[in-house]
Design a protein around this ligand. Structure first.
Ligand code: ITT
Length: 193
């Protein structure tokens, strides 16, 4: 089975390649020769995931899925949320995004947050959506070298290390993306030859 993952984020592709079985051949937007950004104009993770998946379905006619993810911080009313990638500006700069989170959290003692992933899929002319969530806390220093985005400042509940310190094998067992992908996989299971 072949699926296009409608993303330009190589870290997401790497995670999904580890989460899905080898019978599912995964192609990114770059792999299918599409190098531009798909404008994410929705107000929710689901709307943006659907926009990205629809784009591939209607331009290329291929089975596909997209993931829209975000970090929601409780005392910031769920920000950066759907704006996580561009929190500190259009340049999608992870360092600047983290600095802005710390600036917004300054003086706050509540550091509770969660990551959410919404996967929207078009498979065999049917559409599906799947959600995953992991709760945790934001810390005020960067720790660890693994992962991407906000991973160096996010400590999942039940652990004392950040996603960036825990590494891909643990992140891929407990993350928002792993949970949404497990639901996707259970839908795909009977279609895999
Ligand atoms: P695509 O739209 O091309 O898939 P993107 O990086 O723009 O790639 P999103 O729109 O889903 O992805 O933006 C989500 C942002 O949230 C992402 O850029 C990271 O900063 C952050 N993020 C998402 N998942 C994350 C994770 O597992 N760990 C850390 N940060 C994450």
């Amino acid at each position: 089975m072949t699926l296009v993952f409608a993303t330009h984020n190589d870290h997401k592709v790497l995670e999904l390649r580890q989460l899905l079985p080898p019978q599912i051949k995964l192609y990114s937007l770059t792999d299918i020769g599409f190098h531009e950004e798909i404008p994410e104009t929705g107000n929710t993770l689901e709307a943006n995931a659907k926009i990205k998946a629809d784009f591939v379905k209607y331009k290329y006619g291929l089975d596909c899925f997209a993931d829209d993810s975000g970090l929601e911080i409780e005392v910031l009313g769920g920000a950066p949320g759907v704006h996580s990638a561009r929190y500190a500006g259009e340049q999608k700069d992870n360092e600047a995004n983290i600095n802005k989170v710390w600036q917004k959290l300054s003086g706050q003692s509540n550091s509770e947050a969660c990551f959410k992933t919404l996967i929207f899929a078009h498979i065999h002319n049917q559409s599906y959506s799947f959600e995953g969530r992991v709760d945790g806390n934001i810390i005020r220093e960067r720790k660890g070298e693994g992962g991407f985005g906000y991973d160096p400042i996010f400590v999942p509940k039940g652990y004392d290390k950040t996603f960036a310190e825990l590494g891909e094998s643990i992140k891929n067992q407990i993350s928002h993306r792993a949970k949404a992908t497990a639901s996707l996989l259970s839908t795909l299971q009977h279609m895999i030859q």
